[in-house]
Design a protein. Structure first.
Length: 297
């Protein structure tokens, strides 16, 4: 039997909703990606991937978002009704991804900024993930292959959390989602970690050695900005690395309707219902083709 991997990239609360809708739509139409031998999540993808790996039915992932109105529910109320300003983060990320400095060195200014930022407390941030993982035991980790990514805020080093890390799933996921300047870096074993997206929006090159690899990347369809171009270049390099390991790679990016549903800020909680609906529709529409690729038909 072919070994298959699923990579779920970052994208803020809007990305969580869209990926949940996408996976639900695919499952409704006969393609359940929870069958993956390995699931890798970065930022938003860590939230969705953890649920999938822990056995939550894919078909039901979108339901919480579809039932929302267009007002930002808790925990987004802690951020106010308007989405946060991402301009400071984007500027710093452009500098880090420019290639002017070695990767770890380039990420350390982002980490320093994150450590000094005025944010909610770590406890409040971790508690905000309760709606997604509250049904899981405190010391649980998915039995199947699941990993999520983070970056050490002090030295910029990249880390991949997995079962062997022997840490709380909630803390691992929270660290992967700790957007610098907005959320606090998360303490794990005496060190503080920030969003795995500070290395890459997908970190797809971690998923080497599988026969088939599906990569879900929100940033591919973004507007033609300097930041989007850096993301694209990074992703292409990662996909090439995965292909060179012998894998067949399929990239899943938002379609036009999904991009319209996202709006201009992926941290805008008010966009989640529309993003989930768009993901659901895209999943249903593309399931037949993707099923053939996934199963090697």
């Amino acid at each position: 039997m072919k070994k298959r991997a699923l990579v779920l990239g970052g994208g803020g609360p809007v990305g969580i909703a869209w990926e949940s809708g996408l996976l639900a739509g695919l499952a409704e139409a006969g393609l359940d990606l929870s069958e993956a031998d390995f699931i890798l999540g970065t930022s938003a993808g860590s939230v969705v991937g953890a649920q999938l790996a822990m056995g939550r039915p894919a078909v039901g992932l979108a339901a919480p978002f579809l039932s929302e109105d267009h007002q930002p529910p808790s925990p987004s109320q802690m951020l106010g009704s308007a989405p946060p300003d991402l301009s400071g983060l984007i500027t710093r990320m452009q500098e880090a991804l420019s290639g002017a400095k070695p990767p770890e060195e380039a990420r350390t200014p982002i980490g320093a900024w994150a450590l000094q930022a005025a944010t909610m407390t770590e406890d409040a941030f971790i508690a905000s993930f309760g709606r997604y993982i509250r049904d899981f035991p405190e010391d649980s980790w998915p039995g199947r292959g699941f990993s999520c990514t983070a970056v050490d805020a002090a030295n910029g080093s990249f880390v991949v959390w997995n079962k062997e890390s022997r840490i709380s799933l909630a803390r691992a996921v929270a660290s992967s989602c700790s957007v610098p300047g907005i959320y606090p870096p998360v303490t794990i074993n005496g060190r503080r970690y920030m969003d795995g997206g500070m290395r890459s929006a997908t970190n797809a090159d971690v998923a080497t050695g599988y026969d088939v690899v599906f990569v879900v990347a929100l940033t591919v369809g973004a507007a033609a900005t300097g930041m989007a171009e850096l993301f694209r270049r990074r992703l292409e390099a990662e996909l090439d690395a995965v292909r060179q390991s012998g894998s067949r790679v399929e990239l899943i990016a938002p379609d036009t309707a999904s991009l319209e549903a996202f709006g201009l800020n992926l941290m805008d909680f008010r966009r989640r219902p529309d993003a989930a609906k768009a993901g659901l529709a895209q999943g249903r529409a593309n399931a037949a083709t993707l099923r053939q690729l996934w199963r090697g038909d």
